[in-house]
Design a protein around this ligand. Structure first.
Ligand SMILES: Cc1ncc(COP(=O)(O)O)c(C=O)c1O
Length: 384
């Protein structure tokens, strides 16, 4: 009766553990401020909702092509051209029920058992579990706050082996909110290894600009999604851009494993791409105000920020003056200050001693949450 080790040995997603503990406190009548969740607090833009309702009324409620609606795939391709000046053939785009299934299909098509994927440490917590789920091996390469938490081609080159299949990049990144410069991306592309680029936070950039890996190489898979930029987490919609030789296998895998992404969500996604520029800009400006506020307050409280995040909606703050056990510290802050935060260790050993704060919450809630943290930490002795 033992579950397979593929799932048995999977680490839990610690942010969900914190969230579930916070929800149990709320069920007991306690008030918790949520700075742990990586989910937009905004409502989905109106044009998206209207498109979904129209799709339902018009009976567009059936399976779609396994690769996704042609209209949506063309709109995604048009978006790459408009944003980055890169030509993507819609035939290379596979629409999925969120970026997460796209990741599963990508690693499934890419990795034989024992094949290695280079990831940064820290990085998005689920990457290593996706890689292991298909019997691959995540190879962490440490990155530092002083260096913007981003991979450097030289450090990656030193970890390449005959089993290396790909290098995974994520810019803007979760949990650090930092971006890869064009130079760094070009350097990584220049290694000649396949690049898997998770571009789900594209569009949520407050200083400088983000680059698609496709500006530098065609030898790349790109993960994209609607969850973050369009506040559509619950709609479950994303996509994968893959090199042409992989498309036939990816289509077969998508047919077998998922049949198609949801039709209503796909029509809604088309409206997101074509009718929501103003909504996106409104949300982006609001995130930016919150980002500036949060950075200032975290520094006042005494958290270390060697580099300022300029994208996504996270700050990975150095808490080592208080702790070397970020998981215990996060649960302590939850219990004592009634604020949900994410332990940096969730993102790999390199995140240990750090806490991720999300600013996908109102400025009032961020202010209240950080004041609670400040009051609690003022009464708590620093590490000996
Ligand atoms: C870096 C990164 N990639 C992928 C995902 C998964 O997103 P989706 O909701 O599209 O499955 C997340 C969600 O938090 C993320 O932070």
């Amino acid at each position: 009766m033992l579950p397979a080790c593929r799932t048995r040995e999977m680490s839990s997603f610690k942010v969900m553990d914190v969230l579930e503990a916070a929800q149990a406190m709320e069920a007991r009548g306690e008030h918790v401020v949520h700075l742990e969740i990586g989910e937009p607090d905004f409502d989905t833009p109106e044009p998206v909702k209207r498109a979904a309702i129209r799709a339902i009324e018009e009976g567009k409620t059936h399976y779609t092509h396994s690769l996704g609606l042609p209209e949506l795939r063309e709109a995604i391709a048009a978006d790459y051209l408009a944003r980055y000046g890169v030509d993507v053939d819609p035939a290379r785009i596979l629409v999925t029920s969120g970026t997460s299934p796209a990741m599963l299909l990508m690693f499934g098509a890419l990795l034989e058992a024992g094949d290695e994927v280079i990831v940064s440490d820290p990085c998005y917590a689920c990457y290593r579990n996706f890689i292991r789920f298909v019997d691959g091996v995540p190879v962490p390469v440490p990155v530092s706050a002083e260096d913007g938490f981003q991979l450097h081609a030289d450090a990656v080159a030193a970890r390449l082996t005959p089993r290396t299949r790909a290098v995974l990049v994520n810019s803007p990144a979760n949990p650090t909110g930092t971006l890869l410069s064009a130079g760094r991306m070009a350097g990584l592309a220049g290694l000649g290894t396949l690049i898997c680029s998770d571009e789900i936070y594209h569009g949520l950039v407050y200083e400088g600009r983000e680059h698609s890996i496709l500006e530098f190489t065609d030898k790349a898979f790109v993960l994209g999604g609607f969850s973050k930029l369009y506040a559509m987490t619950g709609w479950r919609l994303g996509w994968l851009v893959a090199p042409e030789p992989y498309m036939d296998c990816l289509r077969k895998a998508a047919q077998n494993l998922f049949i198609s992404a949801g039709s209503v969500a796909q029509w809604a996604g088309l409206a997101a791409l074509t009718q929501c520029a103003d909504d996106v800009e409104r949300m982006r400006r609001t995130y930016d105000e919150r980002r500036r506020f949060m950075i200032g307050r975290l520094r006042e409280i005494g958290f270390g920020l060697a580099c300022e995040p300029t994208g996504a909606f996270y700050v990975l703050a150095d808490a080592r003056r208080w702790t070397s056990d970020s998981l215990a510290f996060a649960f302590e802050i939850l219990a004592e200050a009634k604020v949900g935060v994410t332990p940096g260790s969730d993102f790999g050993p390199g995140g240990e001693g750090f806490i991720r704060f999300s600013y996908a919450n109102s400025i009032e809630n961020i202010a209240e949450g950080l004041s609670r943290v400040e009051r609690y930490l003022a009464s708590r002795p620093p590490r000996p």
